[in-house]
Design a protein around this ligand. Structure first.
Ligand SMILES: NC(=O)C1=CN([C@@H]2O[C@H](COP(=O)(O)OP(=O)(O)OC[C@H]3O[C@@H](n4cnc5c(N)ncnc54)[C@H](OP(=O)(O)O)[C@@H]3O)[C@@H](O)[C@H]2O)C=CC1
Ligand SMILES: Nc1nc(=O)c2c([nH]1)NC[C@@H]1CN(c3ccc(C(=O)N[C@@H](CCC(=O)O)C(=O)O)cc3)C=[N+]21
Length: 283
C-alpha cells in the first residue's frame, strides 16, 4: 500500500511551532485568545468545539465560548458579535456555521472583524484567498489540506490536481490555495460529466463532497496522491471519508485516513491562525 498521510504527525509539527510562538507572546505579556461564537447546541458544532478547545489548551491559547440561544434575533446576534470584535483580549473569532435560518449570513459576514476572522467568514478574507494575499486567513480545513501536502513534500508545481466539490467551505478555497502553489487545477461537482475519468487524470486528488466512500479506485490514477476531506458516517455508524479507503489504498501513492487525516489537522491550523492574528494585532 501507499504512504499514509498521517494527520496526527502534521498536527503535532504545527503544534510545536504554535506553542513556541505562544510562549514568546506570553513573555511579552500578551495572552493569545480565541473566542468561539456558538448559536444553540448542534452536535457537529459541539464535536468541533470539543476538539478546538482541547487543541487550544495544548497550544497555550486562552479560550471563551459565547453560547447564544438557538432562537436569537439577528439584531441581538450582531450586537453579541460586535462585542467580541471589540473585546481587546480576543485575537481570534470562530463563528460556527451554518447559522440558524433566522440569521442572515450574507449580512453577518460583513460584521465580523476581518483581522480576527480566523476561519474566513468575512468577504475581506475570501478576497485575500482569491488574490493569494497571505495577510488574510484562509479557511482552516482547506489550509489543513495544504499543510499535509507540504509536510509530506508533495510537489504541486505544474501538477494536475482535481478537486471534488465546490463549496465555499472546502472545494473553492482549496482550489485557490492549490493554484497559489502553481498546481493546474480542475474543479468538479455534481454536474461534472464523466467524473471518474476526470478524477483519474489527477496527480493530486482532493475529495470534499460529503458522500461516504464514493471515491473508489476507478477515480484514482495509479500513484496519485489522495486527500480525503469528507467526514461521514458509514452504514455501521462509523466515521468515514468520501474515499473508499480499502479500495484505493493499493492504487494511491499517498492517502489520508479518516479519522486521523485532514480533520485532525484542522484545529491545529485554527491555533496557528489565532497566533498569527494575535501577532499581527500586536505589531
Ligand atoms: N475535515 C474537516 O475538518 C471538515 C470536513 N468537512 C467534510 O467535507 C465534506 C464536504 O463538505 P462541504 O464542502 O461543506 O459540503 P457541501 O455539501 O457544502 O458541498 C459538497 C460539494 O460536493 C459536490 N457533490 C456532492 N455530491 C456529489 C456527487 N455525487 N458527485 C460530484 N460532486 C458532488 C457538490 O456539488 P454541487 O455544488 O454541484 O451541489 C458540492 O459542491 C463533508 O463530508 C464534510 O463533512 C467539512 C468541513 C470541515
Ligand atoms: N466556521 C466553521 N468552521 C468549521 O470548520 C465548522 C463549523 N463552522 N461548524 C461545524 C463544522 C463541523 N466541523 C467538524 C470538524 C471536525 C470534526 C471531527 O470529528 N474531528 C475529529 C477528527 C476527525 C478526523 O481525524 O478526521 C476530531 O477533532 O477528533 C467534526 C466536525 C467543523 N465545522
Amino acid at each position: 500500500m501507499g504512504t499514509l498521510l498521517d494527520g496526527k504527525v502534521v498536527a503535532a509539527s504545527l503544534k510545536e511551532e504554535t506553542l513556541k510562538a505562544a510562549k514568546e507572546l506570553r513573555e511579552k505579556g500578551i495572552a493569545p485568545k480565541l473566542t468561539i461564537v456558538r448559536v444553540g447546541a448542534n452536535p457537529s458544532d459541539l464535536s468541533y468545539e470539543r476538539g478546538a478547545l482541547k487543541r487550544m489548551e495544548g497550544c497555550n491559547i486562552d479560550t471563551e465560548v459565547k453560547e447564544l440561544p438557538e432562537d436569537i434575533t439577528q439584531e441581538d446576534f450582531i450586537k453579541a458579535l460586535k462585542e467580541v470584535n471589540e473585546d481587546k483580549n480576543t485575537h481570534g473569532i470562530l463563528v460556527f456555521r451554518p447559522l440558524p435560518k433566522q440569521l442572515d449570513e450574507e449580512v453577518i459576514k460583513y460584521v465580523i472583524a476581518p483581522e480576527k476572522d480566523v476561519d474566513c467568514f468575512s468577504p475581506t478574507n475570501v478576497a485575500k484567498v482569491m488574490e493569494g494575499d497571505a495577510t488574510g486567513f484562509a479557511p482552516c480545513t482547506p489550509t489543513a489540506v495544504m499543510e499535509i501536502l507540504s509536510y509530506y513534500n508533495v510537489d504541486l508545481k505544474g501538477a494536475k490536481s482535481v478537486v471534488l466539490g465546490r463549496s465555499m467551505v472546502v472545494g473553492k478555497p482549496v482550489a485557490m490555495l492549490l493554484l497559489g502553489q502553481n498546481a493546474t487545477v480542475t474543479i468538479t461537482h455534481s454536474k461534472t460529466k464523466e467524473l471518474p475519468a476526470v478524477c483519474a487524470e489527477a496527480d493530486v486528488l482532493i475529495a470534499a463532497i460529503g458522500r461516504a466512500k464514493m471515491v473508489t479506485s476507478d477515480y484514482v490514477k495509479e500513484g496519485a496522491v489522495v486527500v480525503d476531506v469528507g467526514i461521514n458516517v458509514d452504514e455501521e455508524g462509523k466515521l468515514c471519508g468520501d474515499v473508499d479507503f480499502a479500495d484505493v489504498e493499493n492504487k494511491a501513492s499517498m492517502l489520508t485516513p479518516v479519522p486521523g487525516g485532514v480533520g485532525s489537522v484542522t484545529t491545529s491550523v485554527l491555533a496557528k491562525h489565532v497566533i498569527k492574528a494575535c501577532t499581527l494585532q500586536n505589531k
